[in-house]
Design a protein around this ligand. Structure first.
Ligand SMILES: NC(=O)c1ccc[n+]([C@@H]2O[C@H](COP(=O)([O-])OP(=O)(O)OC[C@H]3O[C@@H](n4cnc5c(N)ncnc54)[C@H](O)[C@@H]3O)[C@@H](O)[C@H]2O)c1
Length: 285
């Protein structure tokens, strides 16, 4: 079902890699809702990903950029305004990567060069986008900016590693910049804290399948899918949420408010009995 919620709006969508990406689904939904937008990702992602298919499907142009480079972000904003014919109404930051996770380094043995790079790619890039846009006056009054986060910013999750700290910074940037950009331009800045989702970035998390199953059992509404996240992004980009800003918005089927569910308890009892029977009762990190 489409509602024309984004008719006449111009956007920039960062982070569509392949058809599983949350940014990919969001681009499809924004297109269905009448928006025009540009797509951006790293040159490497463009070589390995399928972004050209998405560009063709949505009538969008691609502007390659490493989101850690201020100069390249300036290029994305100026070219986008030129291509789309005016200021930008919405921006999606759907970027995440951890070198420490990729290299299998645990939280008590992090490489600090990687850690700084992870912060730069997955959190500071959000600040850079906002600062670049503000200096260029590239976002129209009443515009909406979103970044994607995860509940590990608030609670500790096994093996989410340095990305937990990175997401906490990301959410803080949304609040700090939300004040500055909101008071004079009425621009909304929020993060959406999404359920575990099977994507390229998601699969990088050790034990993703178990986590996905656990959160599914714990959430009264079940895990939120990438398509449902795209729907939420559309609403947040629309004029229906003009007074929502500086928030971390949970989109997780209720997981973040749960302590224990019947389904999870049942499964836990079953596997605990089995683990004790098998003499496998050990813990690691
Ligand atoms: N998948 C999940 O379980 C989940 C849950 C909550 C939040 N998120 C967040 O959603 C966002 C999107 O991730 P996804 O799950 O769709 O995975 P994805 O792998 O499809 O998207 C991650 C994107 O980040 C891009 N990227 C990496 N380094 C970059 C750089 N230097 N400059 C520009 N782009 C860069 C990648 O090319 C890729 O397109 C991330 O912020 C992720 O942390 C994901």
């Amino acid at each position: 079902m489409t509602y024309n919620l984004l008719k006449g709006k111009r956007g920039i969508i960062f982070g569509a890699l392949d058809h599983m990406s949350i940014a990919w689904k969001t681009a499809e939904r924004c297109h269905e809702e009448g928006a025009i937008f540009t797509l951006s990702n790293t040159p490497l992602a463009m070589r390995f990903g399928e972004i050209n298919d998405l560009a063709e499907k949505t009538g969008s142009q691609i502007i390659p950029a490493d989101a850690t480079s201020v100069e390249e972000l300036e290029e994305v904003f100026s070219k986008s305004m030129e291509i789309l014919g005016g200021k930008i109404d919405f921006v999606l930051h759907s970027i995440g990567m951890s070198l420490n996770v990729r290299k299998g380094l645990l939280y008590d043995n992090l490489n600090y060069d990687y850690f700084l790079k992870d912060i730069d790619i997955s959190a500071l890039s959000f600040h850079k986008m906002l600062q670049v846009a503000r200096k260029m006056d590239a976002i129209s009054e009443g515009g909406s900016v979103l970044a994607l986060s995860y509940v590990a910013a608030q609670r500790t999750f096994f093996r989410y590693n340095d990305m937990a700290d990175v997401k906490a910074i990301l959410e803080s940037i949304a609040r700090s910049f939300g004040y500055i950009y909101g008071r004079d331009k009425k621009i909304r800045i929020n993060t959406i804290s999404q359920s575990p989702t099977i994507t390229t970035a998601g699969k990088g998390i050790k034990g993703m399948d178990s986590l996905f199953d656990f959160t599914e059992r714990m959430s009264p509404l079940g895990n939120a899918t990438a398509e449902e996240c795209a729907d939420y992004c559309v609403v947040m980009f629309s004029d229906l949420t003009k007074k929502v800003t500086m928030q971390n918005l949970y989109h997780d089927g209720g997981f973040s408010s749960m302590g224990m569910s019947y389904k999870a308890m049942k499964m836990y009892n079953k596997s605990l009995d089995q683990a004790i029977a098998d003499g496998e009762f050990t813990f690691e990190d």
